[in-house]
Design a binder for this molecule. Sequence first.
Ligand code: SAM
Ligand code: SF4
Length: 310
Amino acid sequence: MNERCNLRCVYCMPEEGVDFLPSAELLTTDETERLISILAENGVRKIRFTGGEPLLHKEIARLVHHAASTADVNSVHLTTNGLLLERLAPQLFEAGLTGINISLDTLDHQKFVKITRREGLDKVLTGLRTVLDLSFPSVKLNVVFMRDFNHTEIGDFVELTREAPLTVRFIELMPFDAHQIWKTGKFLGAELIEEEIRLQYPEVEIDSGTATEQRLFRVPGYAGKVGIIPAFTRSLCGDCNRIRLTADGKIRNCLYSDDEFNLKALLRDSGSDRDIGREIRRAMWLKPEDGWAAQKLGDHHRESMTQIGG
Ligand code: SAM
Ligand code: SF4
């Protein structure tokens, strides 16, 4: 919904020289609202706003409100780096947001600057507290897990779930940045992440999670949960029914696919709701069997997750 960002995470965006699309190419708020309505008419029940940084969108609360008031949409979530949450969380709660995922890879100030190339850890932590105080129905922390970077912090993250009804999810690094830091040995697979959790918390119990969470654990007596997302090893693709809408109005039916279904062209060429609905259903039907199949088909010209909607 928005390619821009106020951080420059090393695995996501280059430090400088990002080619953003001209604003005339981006969907307007009216166009986005119309697409949300048509998506819902064609079977979409869950909406997630992501980006780029969705909280930089000037009308994010209006979009959340529209999605939350759309018939048949039963959950409206948002994935954010958390920097602007302290200020915006109350409006988003009022607008009907049902879940927030905050991305935070370290609890150490210096490492935060190293990974995001900006200051801001305190702001993110204040944002997290604000969200927990407002009692959003679902609050999750996304931690991209990297060898020799934050793997020593696993226990610190699990401890956040002791008091707070929060799900901390460790995510495998994916090969989606232009500089391919992925190739520098930082990748740590889901199996190893699980081994490490079990080593430190032998008493963990298995819990049930959403379709993307390979494993969900709970330390007995803790308020929250801990999950693992095999974003690269892709063992869960069979259960995935997601589609993504880019900021410039195109549908991607798999994170690993380069195929696009151009809804903006239909919108701006007087397409009817029916025409647009047909294209949405085509994107759903043509969803690749899994992320490996999708990757084989594409030519991989993407520079960053911000262009796909992470
Ligand atoms: N700016 C928001 C944020 O950071 O939460 C939303 C967009 S961001 C692209 C969505 C998620 O994708 C974040 O949790 C981020 O850590 C994750 N992400 C970005 N690049 C990634 C990569 N190469 N591998 C794994 N996760 C990645
Ligand atoms: Fe921005 Fe999110 Fe990408 Fe970090 S992961 S650069 S916060 S879009």
